[in-house]
Design a protein. Structure first.
Length: 132
């Protein structure tokens, strides 16, 4: 069970309509709709609860149109579950702190992990290393 629980109405009040659809209703944003991620040092947090999830150092351009990472940050509240939607079996990635749907992980990423954490950009919020 998630540590942070809110009603649908409470989530709708704090999230944009697209962030709500993606994180709370397991939606997906259009590919290439998030090209505004900074290249500076920092980390990406869950847009719902603020939990640190992915480091800028582990981000790479997968060419898929979604932010991709080789691994979560150490200790990040990342969980996985089987997703059988869209006539295929995939591994869904979610924030265990608030149960937000973040994206999926695939076994076709670069070294060192060979994994591609393909996240919805709207599910993440960037925090600059200089600002924290």
């Amino acid at each position: 069970m998630a540590e942070i629980e809110k009603s649908d109405q409470e989530w709708q009040e704090i999230l944009s309509p697209l962030a709500y659809k993606v994180t709370r209703k397991h939606g997906t944003e259009r590919a290439f709709s998030h090209d505004n991620f900074s290249k500076e040092a920092g980390y990406f947090a869950c847009v719902c609860c603020g939990a640190p999830l992915f480091s800028q150092e582990d981000k790479f351009d997968s060419g898929t149109g979604w932010p991709s990472f080789t691994q979560p940050m150490a200790g990040a509240p990342i969980g996985e579950s089987i997703d059988n939607s869209w006539f295929s079996t995939r591994t869904e990635v979610h924030c265990t702190a608030c149960a937000a749907h973040l994206g999926h992980v695939f076994p076709d990423g670069p070294a060192p992990t060979g994994l591609r954490y393909c996240m919805n950009g709207v599910a993440l919020k960037f925090h600059s290393e200089d600002a924290d």
